[in-house]
Design a protein around this ligand. Structure first.
Ligand code: SF4
Ligand code: F3S
Length: 107
């Protein structure tokens, strides 16, 4: 079991989550972050930190977010680690809550 970054992170990328992770298991792409499922220790610290509620435990994923289990596992192997907060993407507020953001995911 692990925590999963889901669709609402795309085009937002607030990065508040990375600061609290005790094992630094976040990885950063152009417009999305992922959690490495084998490194996450299930501490749940990151979940309440995300301003757009994009992080969920794998067993509490909202309906439709299941593809992000595989997306997190796959991209965590490809993207570089991120352990310090940075500015969110410029249009983060505009994109919060939009549906269909999975089509915008840049790899
Ligand atoms: Fe890191 Fe804990 Fe969040 Fe897993 S649940 S990503 S270990 S902060
Ligand atoms: Fe993304 Fe939320 Fe972290 S928008 S970068 S999961 S704080």
């Amino acid at each position: 079991m692990a925590f999963i970054v889901t669709e609402n992170c795309i085009q937002c990328k607030h990065t508040d989550c990375v600061e609290v992770c005790p094992v630094d298991c976040f990885y950063e792409g152009p417009n999305f972050l992922v959690i490495h499922p084998d490194e996450c220790i299930d501490c749940a610290l990151c979940e309440p930190e995300c301003p757009v509620d994009a992080i969920y435990s794998e067993d509490e994923l909202p309906k439709g977010q299941e593809p992000f289990i595989e997306i997190n596992a796959e991209l965590a192997e490809e993207w570089p680690n991120i352990a310090e907060k940075k500015d969110p993407l410029p249009d983060a507020d505009e994109w919060d809550g939009k549906s269909g953001k999975i089509d915008k995911l840049e790899r």
